[in-house]
Design a protein around this ligand. Structure first.
Ligand code: GUN
Length: 293
C-alpha cells in the first residue's frame, strides 16, 4: 500500500486551520530567513509560506544576499528573537559556506525554534520533555506511521543516515518510552558493515542518507514498511525540466515487496511542512498560555 503523504498532510493542515479559525486576538506567526539563491530552497520556502497562508498562520520571509556576514545574520536573528509576537523562526538551510550553520541555528531562541534544531530542543527530545520542538521530518514520519495505524512498539526500525536533521532525532523519537514509539532502533551509516542484512531485518526501514535509489528490493524484508526521506535531483534529459526528483529507495522494485511505502514526491515531504505549521501553532499556544489538544 502506498502511504499518501499529501492526503494526510492536508488533513492535518485542515485540523490546524479549524483550530486557528477559532482563536481570538493575533494570529500565529512564522518568520522565514533565506540567504542567497539556492533553487531547491526557494521551492521549499515557497511551499512553507503557501501552507502558512492556507492555514491562517501569518508568515514573513526575510531575504538576504549571499554576501551577508555571519554577524549581520546573527544580529537579524536576535531582532526576531526579541519580537514578542513572532512565534516561529526558521532559517532555511543550506547557508553559504562562509557562515557556520550551527552558530545560526543555535542563535535562534529555543522557544521559537520550530525546526527543532537547537540543542535545548534536541536535549528535551532525549529526556522525553514534551515542551520542546521535535524536528519536523522525524515528527512527520512518526505522525505518518500513527495515522496509517502502523505499530512501532517492539518493532525493529532501521534508519539509514545519521544526520542532525533526520537520522539522529528520528532514532531518539522512535526509541522513546511512549505508546507511539517503543521501537528497537538501529542507525546505519556510511561506515556500517553488513548493511544489507541489517536492512533485511527491519520491520520499518527509514531511508534518509541522500543517495538516489540506494535501497533496492533485495535489501528489504517481505511485508515491511519503507519510509523514503530522500529528495534527490537526478538529470533526465527527456523531461522538460531536465531533471527528475527521486527518493533514496528504488520505489518501482521495492513497492511490490513492502506492506507500506511512501512515494517521492508526495510522501514525507508534505508531512515536514505540516509539522512546521503544527510546531508554530504549538509555540503560539505556549506563548499565549493556551492548551493545544
Ligand atoms: N533545508 C532542508 N530541510 C530543511 C529543514 O527542514 N529546515 C530548514 N530550516 N532548512 C532545511
Amino acid at each position: 500500500m502506498i502511504i499518501d503523504g499529501v492526503k494526510i498532510a492536508t488533513e492535518i493542515q485542515q485540523e490546524l486551520c479549524d483550530y486557528i479559525k477559532h482563536l481570538h486576538g493575533r494570529p500565529p506567526s512564522l518568520h522565514v530567513v533565506i540567504v542567497g539563491h539556492h533553487p531547491p530552497s526557494e521551492i521549499y520556502v515557497k511551499r512553507k509560506t503557501e501552507a502558512c497562508f492556507k492555514t491562517g498562520i501569518q508568515s514573513q520571509t526575510h531575504r538576504f544576499p549571499s554576501e551577508i556576514t555571519e554577524s549581520e545574520l546573527l544580529s537579524h536573528i536576535q531582532r526576531l528573537n526579541a519580537e514578542p509576537e513572532i512565534d516561529g523562526i526558521l532559517v532555511q538551510l543550506p547557508l553559504p559556506e562562509h557562515i557556520h550553520s550551527s552558530r545560526i541555528t543555535q542563535a535562534i531562541a529555543p522557544d521559537k525554534d520550530v525546526d527543532g534544531f537547537h540543542m535545548m530542543n534536541l536535549g528535551k527530545l532525549l529526556i522525553g520533555d514534551t515542551t520542546g520542538f521535535v524536528p519536523c521530518t522525524p515528527l512527520g514520519i512518526q505522525t505518518l506511521l500513527i495515522r496509517s495505524s502502523i505499530e512501532t512498539s517492539g518493532k525493529h526500525v532501521v534508519i539509514l543516515g545519521r544526520s542532525q536533521i533526520v537520522g539522529k532525532p528520528m532514532a531518539a523519537l522512535l526509541m522513546q518510552n511512549t505508546p507511539q514509539a517503543n521501537a528497537t532502533v538501529t542507525v546505519a551509516h556510511s561506515q556500517t558493515k553488513h548493511l544489507k542484512s541489517i536492512c533485511q531485518s527491519a520491520d520499518i526501514l527509514i531511508a534518509a542518507m541522500g543517495k538516489p535509489r540506494f535501497v533496492t528490493a533485495d535489501m528489504v524484508k517481505e511485508g515491511s514498511v519503507v519510509i523514503d526521506v530522500g529528495i534527490n535531483r537526478i538529470s533526465a534529459s527527456h523531461l522538460p525540466k531536465g531533471y527528475e526528483i527521486v527518493g533514496d529507495v528504488d520505489f518501482e522494485h521495492v513497492q511490490p515487496k513492502s506492506a507500506f511505502i511512501t512515494p517521492v514526491p508526495g510522501g514525507v515531504g508534505p508531512m515536514t511542512i505540516a509539522m512546521l505549521l503544527s510546531n508554530t501553532l504549538k509555540s503560539y499556544c505556549l506563548r499565549e498560555g493556551l492548551f493545544l489538544k
